[in-house]
Design a protein around this ligand. Sequence first.
Ligand SMILES: [Zn+2]
Length: 379
Amino acid sequence: MTDNDKLKALKLLAKRYARATGQAQHVALDFVATRLGFPHWNALTGSAKGEWAPSEAQVAAIKAIVDKIPSYEGATFDHVFGGPDVITRGEVQGYSYELKTMLGDVCMNGHGWRILLRENPLAAPQVEIDLPHAQNSPMNDRELLAEAVGIAKELMQSVKARRFADWPRRATKPDAEGKVRHPFLDMAESNLWYCLHCNTEITGPQIATHQWHCPGCGASPLNIFPDAFWLKPNEEKPVPVQTRAEGQEIEPVISIVDPRPRLDLNKDKVTHLIRTALFEDATNASERLGASLAEIWVDDDLDVVVSFETHYWPEDKEPSTAVEVAALLGIEIEQEVVWSDPLFAWPGLGTTTQSTVEYTCLMLDAYRSHGATGDEDGS
Ligand SMILES: [Zn+2]
């Protein structure tokens, strides 16, 4: 494998891991990066542009981890109740509210306030009050707030009752030895479980009490496994998780929020904007491929380096829209040129047309008349 292939392999493994564990891809990429000793994925790719490259052994180690994670696809996995349209309306001390459940969480909305209860039983109720209502929100009344949280908790109870009805009994009721079964992944019963996120060791009764959320970090049931297969023998042993004292009430966390949208520029948003600009700068099918192939690298100051592939983006072509967009955002943009194998032979064909359909016809024709056909390969 070339270094580039190894990076691609890591990325693919992260994708598989994301699918198997029902997590966002960036979470999975960061997970792979931390397993290889980087704080996050961008740090890994940053190093890969310099001296560092993943070794075959490292790729194999990540693959071994991903291979051991059973996919929840096809499992009796019922995470979603309710939806945006299933709303209960009511009043608490004369203040009207809307109550709904989404992905296991319960949300209560009032005028200028909302209460969020997470599926994780350890998460504190989150109360948000919009800034203009900060002084006179009904949520400032402790008694009223407690009553509202109580109403939301009642709905949470029934959501959970419905969920637990589908779980195997052994998921919530440990046997005499403290053994429990994972609620929806096909894994052996065990009296010790491990959190993929924080590496802690959790007893069967603990994980059952916490409804299969990690008592340490709150990770979802999909992150809980009967052995810590991701830890190498020489790595630190998992330590028993610390749990809060039983019966300890979790106080709501109240925050005043500014409901106006706030522009929070980050690497991802900058990348999308710059790429959109590159598509606008592309004047034919070939350059559009170039815009799509260009690697856009954003550093911590959000300054941008764009690596253009020479086959598809002419070396002397100025990405003027991208430059203009960067100027509006107040960030630097640098260009560099890289050479790699073209996606298709005769990359120049795309310069003669605006139309992707026409380019595809030209490209297929060219392969038919000047390329090797599939039959010749096999004989
Ligand atoms: Zn954890």
